[in-house]
Design a protein around this ligand. Structure first.
Ligand code: SF4
Length: 335
């Protein structure tokens, strides 16, 4: 059986159930790299220039961890998934960059996804990908339909049941993805609803964000993430904030940020990667909206490989303290 390696990084949390279904329907075995470690990050970083963004360094570390564990590695070049809305250039060149900096990588299975080129080109690209496994176009069609259905189910389960991508993957596939622990008992005045916004590869990689979501939940706060919103909610927040989206995945920053700032959360935490052009622009818009509304506290966290756990925890504690104090004041005013 052909083994297909999938790095647990970048677009993994957006599309894994879809990719897994596609390859398994075509008779392949899917091998996923383990969660990020210090060694993986160090090895990935050693292959590129220092100012490459953190998520790409992490991604390369995951590819290295799959060398000799699979026959092919799946690295799509996702250019655009919506008309006239484009992805960051790092995603476009990902297969070529990986080939160049990791020559020992297993052969790369790549596919260019660009909705602007029309449906016909997209179907041709999917068929070409499927041809590595079968010459039968009907089998490829069947596998792609099953994969698309898996993706729709994945999105639905997250927005309807309020699950994060790792929780949804665990629920759907039964593979352990998140650490479960009982939240500490806290009085209501020290419990808050906190929205965490940003790209999934920053929010759900517990190594690079120092288990931010886990820490918030551990302290008995309710955590909301972009995937818990419907497409309509995200699109209407983008329309209100910036008119129309330019960047792919603007939903998870601008859409989710705009929505949660306006719709009753106690605080919003925005996470971006150091040196990321698109993110700094998008998060700045959310920050300005937060400043204008003056209603919901907003904290921006920038992650890079030297982000110290202690520094992040201190900022988080200070932010939560401020929110709890506000909540106590509000209770007193009501009484
Ligand atoms: S959007 Fe930013 S963080 Fe993500 S890959 Fe592009 S440059 Fe890196």
């Amino acid at each position: 059986m052909i083994r297909i390696g999938i790095p647990r990084a970048l677009l993994y949390y957006q599309y894994y159930p879809m990719w897994q279904t596609f390859f398994e329907e075509l008779g392949a075995e899917v091998v996923v790299s383990p969660p990020t470690t210090q060694a993986m990050l160090a090895e990935g970083s050693a292959r590129v220039v220092a100012d490459t963004c953190l998520p790409v360094k992490v991604f390369l570390g995951h590819v290295l961890s799959l060398v000799e564990k699979c026959d092919w590695i799946f690295i799509p070049a996702v250019r655009s998934v919506q008309n006239n809305v484009f992805n960051c250039s790092k995603f476009l060149g990902l297969p070529d960059m990986t080939r160049a900096v990791i020559p020992e990588s297993p052969p790369i299975l790549d596919i260019e996804i660009d909705i602007n080129k029309g449906k016909r080109k997209l179907y041709q690209a999917i068929y070409q990908l499927g041809r590595h496994f079968t010459w039968n176009p009907f089998k490829v069609r069947q596998a792609s339909l099953a994969a698309w259905q898996a993706h729709l189910n994945y999105r639905k389960i997250m927005s309807r049941q309020g699950l994060t991508p790792p929780e949804a993957i665990e629920r759907i596939l039964g593979t352990p993805e998140v650490e479960h622990s009982t939240p500490a008992k806290q009085p209501t005045s020290t419990r808050a609803t906190i929205a965490v916004i940003g790209h999934p590869y920053l929010l759900y990689d517990e190594y690079i964000n120092h288990r931010l979501i886990h820490r918030l939940e551990q302290a008995a706060n309710e955590v909301l993430t972009p995937e818990m919103l419907t497409t309509e909610e995200l699109e209407s927040a983008i329309a209100e904030l910036v008119g129309r989206a330019y960047w792919t995945y603007e939903e998870e920053v601008v859409g989710a940020g705009g929505h949660y700032l306006q719709n009753g959360t106690d605080g919003v935490i925005g996470i971006i990667a150091f040196g990321c052009g698109p993110d700094s622009l998008m998060m700045d818009m959310v920050h300005r909206r937060a400043t204008r509304l003056r209603d919901t506290p907003f904290m921006n966290l920038t992650l890079e490989e030297h982000t110290a756990e202690a520094g992040l925890v201190t900022r988080l504690e200070a932010f939560l303290d401020m929110i709890y104090r506000r909540k106590r004041r509000e209770v007193k005013v009501c009484v």
